[in-house]
Design a binder for this molecule. Structure first.
Ligand code: ZN
Length: 193
């Protein structure tokens, strides 16, 4: 009797495992469409919150590493739909990093409600966090904002922000990673030791 129960259990377990692997393979037809947050980092050799050496990967390489939505904004200069980022309304204290390479970009205390539908900041963490380029696309004169480490497109900067800078960094939430202050602090201290 016991053996029967054991065998049945093994059979059911085997079935479950099989189903699990089927559902995994069907939801992930190939690595390019992988949108899981955790794999984004484990697949990404360039990702670091502390290494500030420049990252120069080709778009072909990025396409294999990044989730599709991140790739389209970061590497194809796309724009996410307004009001779609959960980071737009986030008020937690912490640090915003480049979702492509992990470069620290903005602190939460420079974030403000701009009403434009994208996460907005008035100042980057440091001068080297961001690089700028003139953008004349769509018949507009705008200043494009890119990650200072991996040159990924982040958004634009405008001159209608609040004091002290009067700048508004209008950033696509999909290319930002947020980490709460305590977690970031713990990691920073661990890296220093
Ligand atoms: Zn970056």
């Amino acid at each position: 009797m016991n053996t029967l129960i054991k065998n049945t259990a093994i059979f059911v377990l085997a079935l479950l495992l099989q189903q699990c692997s089927y559902s995994q393979s069907s939801s992930l037809p190939n690595s390019n469409t992988n949108t899981m947050d955790t794999s984004k980092k484990t697949n990404n050799p360039a990702y670091s919150h502390t290494d500030n050496t420049p990252v120069n990967l080709t778009n072909e390489q990025w396409k294999k590493i990044l989730p599709k939505d991140v790739y389209e904004v970061a590497r194809q200069k796309g724009t996410e739909r307004a009001w779609t980022s959960p980071l737009e309304e986030l008020k937690d204290v912490g640090t915003y990093y480049c979702a492509v390479c992990g470069n620290p970009l903005f602190k939460s205390d420079t974030k403000f409600e701009s009403g434009c539908g994208w996460p907005s900041f008035y100042q980057p963490i440091s001068k080297s966090s961001i690089i700028y380029a003139a953008d004349h696309s769509y018949g507009m004169d705008r200043t494009e904002v890119m990650c200072g480490r991996c040159k990924s497109h982040l958004g634009h900067v405008f001159n209608d922000g609040p004091p002290p800078t009067h700048l508004r960094y209008c950033i696509n939430g999909v290319v930002l990673d947020f980490e709460k202050a305590k977690e970031a602090e713990k990691k920073y201290n661990a890296d220093k030791q």
